[in-house]
Design a protein around this ligand. Structure first.
Ligand code: PRP
Length: 213
């Protein structure tokens, strides 16, 4: 028998919604509810294993082929992925990328050189390249909203979900960049070698997406 199909799940915010979707698809997810500190959980009913990883690592594991499938946000795919297939938009984890500035400021005014702070340098660079703007990009690890407040940057490129973090820190959206949601991704070789298993899992997840309870 083949080794179990490995499914990398993004720990944290997306994990709960992924497990809920898998359950709507009729999968037995007891091991994921009762996981303790374990990071690899058996899903024997479908001869699979769930692997719990940080978002960027989901990409690393799926692209390298040590995991066959993954669930990860489009933000992480845009920033980190180079060779995998995106099979399904799972519809949860919805938010948007935006350029944000201090309330009342116009990022595009004047001719001075501008600096952007972001956790997503690749996405920020590609956005400003499309605008034909030469902008310096500073990588920040978190709480990016601090950078313009402290005077390190003229604006940020970041994820906006409710907009509350921007509001409470005196920032506002200057431009919306793109929509984000959780995606089902698959290793390119796995899709060829384990086509039936993967397609049957994808079909079940699609049924789960169509069930609303
Ligand atoms: C994300 C993002 C914003 C915030 C947006 O940060 O970077 O800071 O959530 O959410 P909101 O629009 O609902 O306020 P996260 O919580 O992941 O923390 P981090 O900035 O420390 O990475």
């Amino acid at each position: 028998m083949n080794k179990p199909l490995r499914i990398a799940l993004t720990k944290g915010r997306l994990e709960k919604e992924t497990v809920a979707l898998m359950e709507r698809a009729g999968l037995d997810c007891r091991s994921l509810h009762d996981k303790g500190r374990r990071l690899i959980l058996p899903l024997p009913e479908i001869h699979a294993e769930a692997v719990l990883a940080k978002a960027a690592d989901v990409i690393t594991y799926v692209e390298s082929g040590v995991c066959d499938i993954g669930v990860v946000g489009k933000d992480t795919i845009l920033e980190n992925a180079s060779s995998l297939y995106e099979l399904l938009d799972l519809g949860f984890g919805r938010c948007r990328f935006a350029l944000a500035v201090k309330r009342g400021e116009d990022f595009f005014a004047g001719y001075g050189h501008k600096t952007i702070a972001t956790k997503y340098p690749k996405i920020a660079r590609s956005y400003f390249e499309k605008q034909s703007m030469d902008v310096s990009v500073v990588k920040i690890e978190g709480s990016v909203e601090l950078a313009p407040l402290l005077g390190l940057a003229d604006g940020i490129v970041d994820i906006v979900e409710t907009g509350e973090t921007l509001r409470e820190n005196g920032l506002e959206v200057s431009r919306w960049i793109c929509d984000i949601s959780a995606r089902l991704v698959v290793n390119i070789a796995s899709l060829k070698l384990r086509k039936e298993e993967i397609e049957s899992l994808v079909a079940r997840l699609e049924q789960g997406l169509n069930r609303t309870e």
